[in-house]
Design a protein around this ligand. Structure first.
Ligand code: 5AD
Ligand code: SF4
Length: 455
């Protein structure tokens, strides 16, 4: 088929590919909004893009490697377009950009810009400069508050994304777990101010958003100053957001056990709009491993928090993250991980093989665990976690719950809603419209979703 060139007045098009956590998803939407307001139209077709941004993750080696294999493919497209009136500009953003900076351009010459997460407010400007002046690298920790300087999404942009939204309230990490790159890629803990968050939440709700998930690498380390000058913690912020008229659901992710304070636990008891779901990674069950990981809590302290939160909110679903094969992990240490999983009883839990990250203390530790041992332990852990997840889903059958209808189902005549515990629930489309909260009875539990009928 012959392709015709777009008319001269056609807007430039941008495609953003996103890896990693929800913070990256949020950042990608903010970057897309800013570029759209700068004259770029979004596209999902790489061949049609004038600007391709890879918003990357550095958390594990595999995640970081994906960037280079993707860049190899995009380079071919760029070479095809060289000298045409639609040259392709390629950018790397996110955590690999922050960690590797200029090296990315040395390794992959096709890259025109490298922009770290603290510099996104300058993105449209950096893109323009890359197109005229050649490669740009921006990985400095700007003193400017990037969110204050990024354009707010328009009502139309919010509406295009649906009835749930992410809202970053905190970034960075001061905890320095010895396996983790985040303190190096996302910098020190910074909280966005209360008014900025409340204003953004209001705008989201005004545009039709019903559920907001507050994001932060250490979201429960959020702190701010209240209207009367007093210190506020995440529990207080949730109370403030719960007051917004029209908001139906609040969630937050990811929390650290150290910052799980009483006000947050109480908020789960006191706020109906706060969903009964807590993502609280523990990473390992052995105290010696936890110590070497610099987690600054013991297994018993973690279990105590789980007990307290279950007292406050008996129907709460607990989710977590686990790492197997951290340096020095013995079979007995691993057994302790299985034990804490049994005692916690997760509704859902992510599990990973330890991945050595250059620059972190873990990479320098003796007794790195062999790959086969890691694989074997991961398989045993995942079998147990899978059993727990299936049991949790099965336990929902027969319950009457409220679901928020979020999107059309795969089949005609179906809609997909979300349970309070984050499961996808498939229902008949006659039950309501997207954005409605409807009461249903769960009839069946599958591996990844539930079926329900009108209650
Ligand atoms: N290796 C394996 N898993 C890791 N995580 C973070 N760093 C590493 C690493 N070096 C996991 C942790 C964290 C989740 C986001 O990723 O479990 O909670
Ligand atoms: Fe990956 Fe961590 Fe960066 Fe999120 S913050 S994208 S998990 S490295």
């Amino acid at each position: 088929m012959q392709r015709t060139d777009p008319p001269k007045s056609a807007p430039k098009k941008v495609l953003i590919k996103t890896w990693g956590c929800q913070m990256n998803v949020y950042d990608s939407t903010r970057m897309k909004d800013a570029l759209e307001q700068d004259g770029y139209a979004p596209t999902t077709d790489m061949a049609d893009a004038d600007l391709v941004l890879l918003n990357t993750c550095h958390i594990r080696e595999k995640a970081a490697e994906k960037v280079y294999s993707n860049l190899g493919q995009i380079r071919a497209l760029k070479e095809e377009r060289a000298g045409s009136d639609r040259p392709l500009t390629i950018g790397v953003t996110g955590c690999v950009a922050q960690a590797e900076g200029e090296e990315i351009i040395t390794r992959e010459r096709a890259v025109d810009l490298v922009v770290g997460p603290q510099t996104y407010h300058r993105l449209p400007d950096i893109v323009a400069r890359a197109r005229t002046d050649g490669p740009q690298v921006a990985t400095d920790y700007d003193v400017d508050d990037k969110f204050e300087h990024m354009p707010r999404p328009t009502k139309r942009q919010v509406q295009a994304r649906g009835v749930t939204a992410f809202l970053t309230v905190q970034e960075g990490c001061d905890k320095f777990c010895t396996f983790c790159v985040v303190p190096y890629t996302r910098g020190a803990e910074v909280s966005r101010p209360l008014t900025q968050i409340v204003d953004e939440a209001r705008e989201l709700v005004d545009a039709g958003v019903r559920e907001i998930t507050l994001l932060g690498q250490n979201v429960n380390a959020w702190h701010g100053v209240g209207p009367e000058g007093g210190e506020m913690r995440l529990g207080d912020l949730l109370h403030a957001l719960a007051e917004i008229e029209g908001i139906a659901r609040l969630r937050y992710v990811t929390s650290h056990p150290k910052d799980m304070d009483a006000s947050l636990i109480d908020a789960h008891r006191d706020l109906n709009v706060l969903m009964p779901y807590l993502h609280l990674p523990v990473q390992a069950g052995s105290d010696t491993v936890l110590k070497r990981m610099n987690r600054s809590h013991t297994a018993a302290e973690y279990l105590d928090i789980i007990e307290r939160i279950r007292e406050a909110r008996p129907d709460i679903a607990i989710s977590g993250d686990m790492i197997v094969g951290f340096p020095g992990e013995t079979e007995a240490d691993f057994e302790a991980t299985l034990e804490i999983v049994r005692r916690t009883n997760y509704a859902q839990c992510y599990s990973f093989k330890y991945s050595m990250r250059p620059g972190t203390p873990g990479a320098e530790m003796p007794d790195q665990v062999a790959e086969e041992v890691k694989s074997e332990r991961l398989a045993r852990l995942q079998a147990l976690l899978n059993e727990q997840q299936v049991a949790f889903n099965q336990g929902c059958v027969g319950k009457t719950i409220d679901i928020l209808l979020e999107k059309p189902g795969r089949r005609d005549g179906q809609l997909i809603g979300r349970s309070p515990w984050l499961q996808s629930v498939v229902v008949d489309a006659s039950l309501g419209h997207i954005g409605d909260m409807v009461r249903v009875e769960i009839t069946e539990a599958g591996a990844n979703s539930l079926l329900a009928k009108a209650a």
